[in-house]
Design a protein around this ligand. Structure first.
Ligand code: G3P
Length: 215
C-alpha cells in the first residue's frame, strides 16, 4: 500500500518527502484554505517540485460542466495533477468527460460502496472513501474499504485505485493496508505518530548509555 500525504503544507510535504516514503499528495479546499494567503496554482506547483507522484487538486464547482472546466485548468498546471471531484451525479459526469480526454480523477467524499462502484464505472482513476468520518457516525469505516476492495477485485474491468482517506491515527493506516486499500492518504501528524514507539526511544537510550560506558 502506498502512502500519500493529506496536506497542502509545504514544510510538511518537504519533510515527509525526505523520508523517502511519499508516493503522492492529496489536497482539498479545507487544506488549501488552511495555508493562509497561498495561491492554489502556486501551491500545487511547489508540491509537484517536491513529490514525483499524483497530486490531487479539488474542484469547487457543483455542476459537471464547471468541474470539467476547472479540471482542464488544473490538469494543464502539471502532468501529475489529479482532478478531485465530489461523489455526486454531476461529479460522475465530470469524471466521464475528463476520462475521455485522458485526465485522471479522484472521486472524493465516498461513504458507501455503491458510490465507489459507480465512480469506477464512470472512469475514476482513484476513489476516496472517508474512513474516519464513517467511524465518527458509529459505523466501522474500515468495512467500507473491505467492501470496495472486494467489489473492485471481482471485476476485471475496474482499474480504479482505492485511497483510504480521513485517516485519524496509526491503526487506520495498518487496517487500510489489511482491508485492501491501494493507498492511505495521511495527515503529517499521523505519519509522525506512526513512527514513534517508546521502546524504540528506550532502546536508543540504552544503546547510547552502554556505548558511553564501554571499557
Ligand atoms: O482526505 C480527506 C481528509 O482530508 C478528510 O479528513 O479528518 O477532515 O475527515 P478529515
Amino acid at each position: 500500500m502506498q502512502i500519500y500525504l493529506d496536506t497542502a503544507n509545504i514544510s510538511e510535504i518537504r519533510e515527509a518527502a525526505s523520508w523517502g516514503i511519499l508516493s503522492g499528495v492529496t489536497t482539498n479546499p479545507t487544506l488549501i484554505a488552511r495555508e493562509k494567503g497561498a495561491d492554489f496554482k502556486s501551491v500545487i506547483g511547489e508540491i509537484a517540485e517536491l513529490v514525483d507522484g499524483p497530486i490531487s487538486a479539488e474542484a469547487v464547482s457543483l455542476d459537471g460542466e464547471g468541474m470539467v472546466k476547472e479540471g482542464l485548468e488544473f490538469a494543464a498546471w502539471h502532468p501529475n495533477v489529479i482532478v478531485k471531484v465530489p461523489c455526486t451525479t454531476e461529479g460522475l459526469k465530470a469524471v466521464y468527460q475528463l476520462a475521455k480526454q485522458g485526465i485522471r480523477t479522484n472521486v472524493t467524499l465516498i461513504f458507501n460502496a455503491s458510490q465507489a462502484l459507480l465512480s469506477a464505472r464512470a472512469g475514476a482513476f482513484i476513489v476516496s472513501p472517508f474512513v474516519g468520518r464513517v467511524d465518527d457516525t458509529g459505523v466501522d469505516g474500515m468495512q467500507l474499504i473491505r467492501e470496495i476492495s472486494q467489489i473492485y477485485k471481482g471485476d476485471s474491468e475496474i482499474k480504479t485505485k482505492i485511497i483510504s482517506a480521513s485517516i485519524r491515527h496509526p491503526r487506520h493506516i495498518i487496517d487500510s493496508a489489511l482491508a485492501g486499500a491501494d493507498i492511505a492518504t495521511c495527515p503529517f501528524k499521523v505519519l509522525q505518530m506512526s513512527m514513534r514507539h517508546p521502546l524504540t526511544d528506550r532502546g536508543i537510550e540504552q544503546f547510547l548509555a552502554d556505548w558511553k560506558a564501554r571499557g
